[in-house]
Design a protein around this ligand. Structure first.
Ligand SMILES: Nc1ncnc2c1ncn2[C@@H]1O[C@H](COP(=O)(O)OP(=O)(O)OP(=O)(O)O)[C@@H](O)[C@H]1O
Ligand SMILES: [Mg+2]
Length: 442
């Protein structure tokens, strides 16, 4: 099955990618605007320089002795020249030029104003009625550098923005989903039989209807289960009295009936009625195990309860029951005493019924609330053992039974947060059967 995508991860990645993308688009647009503005500023400074240089150049040309010879003017400072210029007459003869002015920079044109070549931005202006021209050139490289610097400056915050927004969004989403996560924990923490409404707390408006729907569903489920359980319990209860009176009448009939085949048939009916009565008793126990009320408000001492129940069973048991209690005294757990008695009686009854005839059974309780019921007998194969806790599941035993005892014990154990485990052969032995229940200490 495909793993469910995490909403938190999706939001964090999606929003961060979105912010980064928006920032990049904004950087590109801003970069374009900055470049245009820079071009305008560079152009106006180019034009201004040309217009300032031209009168000075004319003065220089007219003042020198050999007005015809071209002259190269050194820059004022020793830094690299940003502009190259030349002054020429209408015939294209160069009268004056800057030190690094190379002829290939300037194309031989007389058009005034701005032009752009592959490498330079040029500006031409004229004076003295278009007899003297100045061409001034600025490498495009400078403009590109400036635009590049501006773009890098705009991109730099992105390096910080990505981790900050990742953390920020992660934190925000986590905080926003906190109530949803605690709602999930509340559902997970539920015991098997707990169908009471789940506290919705401060769930976001989008999730609240979902939580209401879940609660509604649980309520309907609870009602349906309640109806089923009370039907099972009531039917078993209603059967008890007529079964008991029929059994009594059958026993009277058997006493009155003459010896012979009729006696045998009456005995058969009596056995069937006893089975029916046992089954209704087990169904009532199962209904109780599946209903609520398996936990007691106050902790109960399992050692005392165990001793009492074993004492009671010893009266009717065909074999000895060995009881081992913890030396530490009391073992407290919050199980309902009736539920504990039903669970224990089923386990001991099984040991007496299905164990090797005549062999004593061992019942023990440890200080850590581990209850164990061990009996001798042939080992039960693992595949059979694995399904014995199912309802109406029986093993190879010859003894009577409906196959509900272990299902009742398992239901009670899980209802009180305990765990029932079966082992065969019994721990430390070559044969036998062991049922263990680990209760939770109060
Ligand atoms: N102590 C045990 N020793 C050996 N086999 C056992 C023991 N306990 C249970 N079993 C096997 O597990 C099966 C299921 O037990 P379970 O208590 O659920 O039903 P049952 O004892 O047959 O009938 P019921 O308890 O309803 O009268 C039994 O039929 C038996 O084969
Ligand atoms: Mg049983």
């Amino acid at each position: 099955m495909k793993a469910a995508a995490s909403l938190q991860k999706r939001l964090v990645v999606g929003l961060t990618l979105g912010i980064t993308l928006l920032w990049l688009v904004a950087t590109i647009v801003t970069g374009r605007v900055v470049q245009r503005e820079l071009d305008e500023t560079f152009d106006s400074s180019l034009q201004e320089t040309a217009q300032r240089l031209l009168p000075l150049a004319i003065l220089e040309i007219f003042n020198r002795e050999d007005a015809i010879a071209p002259q190269r003017i050194a820059p004022l400072n020793m830094q690299q020249e940003h502009f190259s210029y030349r002054v020429r007459d209408a015939g294209g003869k160069i009268l004056l030029q800057s030190r690094l002015a190379a002829p290939e920079i300037f194309n031989t044109r007389t058009k005034e104003g701005f032009t752009t070549t592959a490498t330079h931005r040029l500006y031409s202006a004229s004076a003295l009625r278009a007899t003297i021209f100045i061409d001034i050139a600025e490498p495009l490289e400078y403009r590109r550098e400036a635009a590049k610097d501006a773009t890098i400056a705009l991109l730099q915050p992105l390096l910080l923005l990505i981790p900050i927004s990742l953390c920020g969004i992660w934190l925000l989403v986590r905080l926003s989903l906190r109530s949803v996560l605690s709602y999930r924990d509340a559902i997970e923490k539920r015991g098997v039989g707990d169908l009471s409404p789940i506290e919705t707390g401060q769930l976001p408006a989008e999730i609240n209807p979902l939580a209401d729907a879940v609660n509604h569903l649980m309520e309907r489920l609870r009602c349906a289960l309640e109806a089923e359980r009370s039907f099972a319990a009531n039917s078993a209860h209603e059967l008890r009295t007529p079964l008991a009176s029929t059994l009594a009448q059958i026993q009277r009939l058997r006493r009155e009936a003459p010896e012979g085949p009729l006696q045998a048939r009456i005995a058969q009916i009596e056995a069937s009625l006893r089975d029916l009565s046992r089954l209704s008793e087990k169904l009532m126990q199962l209904a109780k195990a599946e209903g609520g009320g398996l936990l007691s408000e106050t902790p109960q001492d399992l050692a005392v309860l165990l001793e009492f129940i074993v004492q009671d069973l010893r009266g009717t048991a065909p074999t000895a029951i060995k009881l081992t209690l913890p030396a530490t005294g009391s073992v407290l757990s919050t199980i309902d005493p009736d539920a504990f008695a039903i669970l224990l009686r089923n386990l001991i009854e099984n040991a007496l019924k299905h164990g090797a005839p005549g062999a004593a059974i061992e019942v023990s309780l440890s200080g850590a609330a581990l209850l164990a019921v061990v009996n001798a007998g042939p080992a039960v194969p693992a595949p059979v053992l694995a399904r014995l806790t199912g309802r109406f599941m029986r093993g190879d035993s010859q003894a009577d039974g409906s196959g509900l005892g272990l299902a009742i014990a398992t239901t009670i154990a899980s209802g009180v947060g305990a765990r029932l485990t079966l082992a065969s052969p019994a721990t430390g032995k070559n044969d036998g059967f062991e049922a263990r229940v680990q209760f939770m200490l109060a």
